[in-house]
Design a binder for this molecule. Structure first.
Ligand code: ZN
Length: 206
């Protein structure tokens, strides 16, 4: 079953804008939550997306999943993937995650969201993070991530706190899906940084 994605601006979009509740061990192992996880995975692959959080399918619980398949990368030059620190990420589920920043250095890249269709904006994200969470068997897991994986983690954990990337990314940096796919998806870090400075008037140290 493919689930409907709540869109920012829908009449029921409050689920995207409030913190989700924690799940107990018994709830994680319950048929209801196991079924939700399976349906979210099918939905993420169908769309496709590299991450999805439960509030995006209307469930206000602290559950997210990430999967960045190698086939997503075929249209992006290897040098751009390397610069972004983007590598395939196997499917995994994180529940009740606690994210801490490992390295305050920030990277400036475009970001999009399944719940905010039709646009991309530039948002700085920390380059290295650590996440402590439970997996789908309610076992503790610890993840240390950098590059694109760290960005996806920050985006998805934000969803569980009721934050969308557009709450933080300057709207002057906004581009359409068409422009993003045709140009910015393949742009270098320096080009994107320069565009951010031009559009916001903020001078970033080089
Ligand atoms: Zn999102």
């Amino acid at each position: 079953m493919v689930l409907a994605i709540v869109q920012h601006g829908d009449t029921n979009d409050d689920v995207l804008h409030r913190p989700a509740r924690l799940l107990s061990r018994d709830e994680i192992l319950s048929p209801e939550i196991q079924k939700l996880m399976s349906a979210m995975h099918k939905t993420m692959r169908h769309l496709p997306g590299v991450g999805i959080a439960a509030p995006q399918v209307g469930e206000s619980v602290q559950l997210l999943m990430i999967e960045d398949l190698a086939k997503n990368h075929h249209s992006i030059p290897a040098a751009i993937l390397a610069e972004r620190g983007r590598h395939p990420i196997p499917f995994h589920i994180l529940i009740n995650p606690i994210l801490t920043v490992f390295d305050v250095a920030e990277e400036y890249y475009f970001e999009g969201c399944l719940s905010v269709q039709g646009l991309f904006r530039i948002l700085p994200r920390h380059n290295k993070v650590k996440v402590i969470a439970l997996n789908e068997k309610a076992e503790p897991v610890t993840i240390e991530a950098s590059g694109w994986y760290a960005r996806i983690l920050q985006h998805e954990v934000d969803h569980l706190q009721g934050r969308l990337y557009i709450d933080m990314a300057p709207d002057t940096t906004q581009v359409s899906v068409h422009e993003y796919r045709n140009y910015w998806a393949m742009a270098t870090k320096a080009e994107i940084r320069a565009y951010f400075c031009q559009k916001t008037g903020i001078q970033l140290p080089s």
